[in-house]
Design a protein around this ligand. Sequence first.
Ligand SMILES: *Cc1c(COP(=O)(O)O)cnc(C)c1O
Length: 421
Amino acid sequence: MQQQTKALHAGYDKDSQGTMAVPIYMTTAYEFRDAEHAANLFALKELGNIYTRLNNPTTDVFEKRFAQLEGGEAAIATASGMSATFYAIANSAEAGDNIVCARQLYGGSLTLVAHTLKRFGIEARFFDVQNPDSIEALVDNKTKVIFFESLTNPSIDVADISAITAIANKHGILTVVDNTVATPIICRPFEHAADITVHSASKYTTGQGLAIGGILVERKSLLEKLKGNPRYAHFNEPDASYHGLVYVDVPLPPFTLRTRLSLLRDIGAVVSPFNSWLFIQGLEHLTLRMKEHSANAQALAEFLEAHPKVTQVNYPGLKSNANYENAQKYFHKGMCSGLLSFEVASLEAATKIVNATELYSLVVNIGDSKSIITHPASTTHQQLSEAELIACGVPSGLIRISAGLESVEDLIADIKQALEA
Ligand SMILES: *Cc1c(COP(=O)(O)O)cnc(C)c1O
């Protein structure tokens, strides 16, 4: 089935009312038929709803639909993109372990791995996403995850996904790919041997900047990689917190199963059913929107590249861009998403441009239908030191644009007047 068809139909069997739109099951809990039914659900002898921290029928449709779009086996929706990333790492690593991460990460992910997880005893080791060959020297028998973004925010690099997954698979290490900016419409990391993807649903999935949420997706047949793998004893040994359950012995996708039974249960960063419903609405037209976002960003990038005040344009759809080859290899139908950035001479020049635009909103978000402009050095990346800024590819004169769905003529005219103001 094609993506656009899945986006409209996957994961939903109409209820007894024949409801065309997926209903919002706004409920905390579910009635058990009797004590035996309750016991069977908790023991996984029967699958069904228990409590909305663990599962919900509206969220279930969102998870199934997203998993199919990504080409994965199962998914867990979460309260935010950050909690999806946290779950992916917490489900793989524990105190004393390390994770190997691309330097070019979303600001929140960078502080998560470099600072918060450090306090949990998990060490982050960094590699340059442009140089996957440097990964192997960082790996040891305590490495549990290789984490990177397919299309990086805000530095806009395209990862050489198969080069990275080849190294991970040589050592039996899980790869976690943040696929937020590319979306399953443009890039499908499982086609290149990645194991887990995470997304912020707050971006292109909602598509209109309506709600915070996230999702974690597990590839097909991940069981084979986890079963008997000495790095992941917690999947292969009885879980004392779940009456001795051995995750790889259950005929269900093991990574999402453990995330649900253990992490959703104990940490509880769960999505609201209402937000799941909003994300379902967003998915219906994600294919159409990604085409438009990509076309608008491409036209803006070409305009900026020709402008004398612009010293550098970063957009993987430009032939001059270092990521062009990877984009051609990993992205579907030549689409490169809506994120582009460009550099002007100084922090002052960047601030002036950001203040002079009228159509672009100064917002720390991406993936909205309305165009957005940001100056990362003074906002999303303000907590980082000058050295950290350079290391993650965010010079102080860098301006990031998330191209929305306005008419491209208007988008170009507004950025032109701001540059020349
Ligand atoms: C926004 C974003 C996140 C975090 O998602 P939230 O939903 O805001 O928690 C993670 N990764 C990338 C690439 C993002 O753009």
